[in-house]
Design a protein around this ligand. Structure first.
Ligand code: GFB
Length: 315
């Protein structure tokens, strides 16, 4: 299938976030303009505001890149925000998009939708086959509801709503707040601080043994454009690199990238989360898409963005 984005009115909800801004950059490379609500003018958790904005701006294509997101500690600290706000954001946007009759909608989930102990690598069929990882179950339940809601709109109203499940992401525009961020921005910031202070060691949460699959957000943005153009099916589709690394190894690599040669100290009072989270992205690869940015190169770019304060949020 081929869907032409040229001349479409494209709305990237969440265009100021790490994923949304990367997608806007990628769409601009192909010459596409995107609609954007001026900062502070649209609260996506308010149904009436979302309906009014969509009715006034009449997008043809909608990407739901807006979400309450955060790392392992933020998920544990703010379960209501992660469940309630994400349910409202996705439900409001899909309802408004359906009411105005968009040609295509792409919903974004996360690899944490899969069961904690799912067989690895995790294929799309692993959804709802077992219990979730407790540290991010609130976010996962909201994202599973979003996948099912998109599927329901396809089934009941015949709309071209699709869902993509990215693996763990990092890159320019990330959140670097040490308590609420994901692991890569936290460790870049900690490694830079330890290097500058001449510290002998830096602290890494948990045991260092969990495995994660990381993707640079520019690769994700490229995959999302590919999916808008080439994917139309009820089933969600995984977006990963197929490469996994332990937290200890990614911490060492970050040390190398930023020039911190000290030791790692593992703080096991902090949670590990799910032991392993590798996605099976063979469905996407089978359609012909490939990631391009290796982990070392991607980390160097994230460090560059951090140093340049390029979209960096320090909390
Ligand atoms: O990236 P992260 O917070 O999220 O943590 P998850 C990944 C791993 O890195 C965990 C360890 O084992 C952490 O204990 N880690 C080590 C650290 N040092 C640090 C640190 O300084 N900060 C952080 N944050 N982690 C998230 C979910 O799970 O993944 C979200 O909570 C979402 O809902 C996201 O799905 C993609 O990979 O464990």
């Amino acid at each position: 299938m081929s869907f032409d984005l040229s001349g479409r009115r494209i709305w990237v909800a969440g265009d100021r976030g790490m994923v949304g801004s990367a997608l806007v950059r990628r769409l601009a490379q192909d010459g596409h303009d995107v609609l954007a609500a001026p900062r502070g003018t649209l609260d996506l958790t308010r149904q009436a505001e979302v309906e009014a904005w969509v009715a006034a701006n009449r997008p043809d294509v909608v990407v739901i890149a807006a979400a309450r997101v955060g790392g392992i500690a933020a998920n544990a600290a703010r379960p209501v925000d992660f469940l309630h706000d994400n349910l409202l954001i996705e439900a409001n946007i899909m309802a408004a998009a359906a009411a105005t009759g968009v040609a295509k909608l792409l919903f974004l989930g996360s690899s944490c939708i899969y069961p904690r102990l799912a067989a690895q690598p995790m294929a799309e069929e692993a959804l709802l086959t077992g219990p979730l990882e407790p540290t991010n179950q609130w976010y996962a339940i909201a994202k599973i509801a979003g996948i099912k809601l998109a599927e329901a709109y396809r089934q009941q109203h015949g709309l071209d709503f699709i869902s993509a499940m990215p693996t763990n992401l990092y890159g320019p525009g990330d959140n670097y707040d040490l308590e609420s961020s994901h692991v890569i921005p936290a460790l870049i910031r900690k490694a830079v601080a330890a290097r500058d202070a001449g510290d002998a060691a830096m602290t890494v949460w948990g045991s260092g043994t969990p495995l994660r699959e990381f993707m640079h957000v520019d690769d994700l943005a490229d995959a999302l454009v590919f999916l808008l153009e080439h994917y139309s099916a009820a089933e969600h589709i995984n977006v990963g690199t197929g490469q996994e690394v332990t937290i200890a190894d990614v911490a060492r690599l970050i040390g190398e990238v930023v020039g911190f040669a000290g030791d790692l100290v593992f703080d096991t009072s902090r949670p590990d989360g799910t032991p392993r989270k590798l996605m099976d992205s063979s469905r996407l690869l089978g359609l012909g898409w490939r990631p391009r940015i290796g982990l070392r190169e991607g980390l160097a770019d994230a460090y560059r963005a951090f140093q340049a304060h390029d979209g960096v949020r320090l909390g």
